[in-house]
Ligand binder design. Structure first.
Ligand code: MG
Ligand code: MG
Length: 262
């Protein structure tokens, strides 16, 4: 677990994560004030099954749905509900697939209608921190180089990094070792090897880093109830540069057309 994957395994992980990317793009078309989490969940489940895969999260450790839908102060693991999204909300959608023995796992945080500029800045900073983290996914670097790149970028803008929940290696299982924290020291942690496949997923809070869990046993929200953002890529460690298995291109084509780029 967590060791270098073969080219064939990486191809299967790419296939899964590209399907997650396309599922998120399909959801992007529907995200608007008035739509409910449960409606989005149905769309995603159907889309995934229509493309020959299974929802990766449904039933995983007992999770009840296809998507994790985390609105505003919910950091991750929100359960899709019948509550409609409202103008000004942000919504993180985390999606997983299972196909041909491998899995996909990626997330994007969307703006619903007109979102306050200060919250838009949080979304952009979090997405940029993902990009900066992933750029460190090169053989010979350390896990801590990814962690440090994410943490430095967001903290210098006054945001905070969730510590309790972290990224992870990915393969035949959704969560493999090693962990990929979003905070840490440069040059620390496991050395990255070409072909290791990991999910980098900064969870960044506008206020303090502290989190609490709801009584449902899943929903993680900020203790101070300020907004939190989350973006996730699956990536294979490359010799000279990262091989990103996910893409946000499909999502962002849709967002551009809707005029709601973050
Ligand atoms: Mg995820
Ligand atoms: Mg993940």
């Amino acid at each position: 677990m967590g060791l270098a994957k073969t080219a064939e395994e990486i191809a299967l992980l790419r296939e899964n994560n590209q399907l997650v990317s396309r599922t998120l793009a399909e959801l992007a078309k529907h995200i608007a004030p008035g739509v409910t989490g449960l409606q989005l969940d149905k769309i995603a489940e159907q889309f995934i099954r229509d493309h020959g895969a299974e929802p990766g999260f449904l039933g995983y450790r007992g999770f009840p749905n296809t998507l994790c839908i985390s609105v505003n102060d919910v950091v991750i693991h929100g359960i899709p509900s019948a509550t409609a999204l409202r103008d000004g909300d942000i919504v993180s959608i985390d999606c997983g697939t299972r196909m041909k023995g491998y899995v996909g796992d990626s997330a994007y945080t969307f703006a619903v209608g007109n979102v306050d500029e200060s919250v838009m800045r949080l979304l952009r900073a979090t997405k940029q921190s993902l990009q900066l983290g992933v750029e460190q996914a090169v053989a010979g670097k350390r896990i801590g180089d990814i962690s440090f790149a994410v943490q430095r970028h967001v903290e210098k803008q006054g945001y905070s990094v969730v510590r309790e929940m972290v990224g992870h290696a990915i393969g035949t299982k959704m969560h493999e070792k090693p962990d990929v924290p979003n905070y840490g020291q440069r040059g620390s942690g496991k050395t990255l090897v070409k072909g290791m496949t990991i999910c980098v997923e900064p969870m960044i809070n506008m206020g303090r880093r502290d989190i609490v869990q709801d009584r449902d046993g899943w929903t993680i929200r900020t203790k101070d109830r300020k907004p939190s953002a989350h973006f996730e890529y699956a990536v294979a460690v490359g010799r000279d540069k990262p091989d990103i298995l996910t893409t946000f291109e499909y999502i962002e084509e849709v967002l551009k057309q809707k005029g709601s780029m973050i």
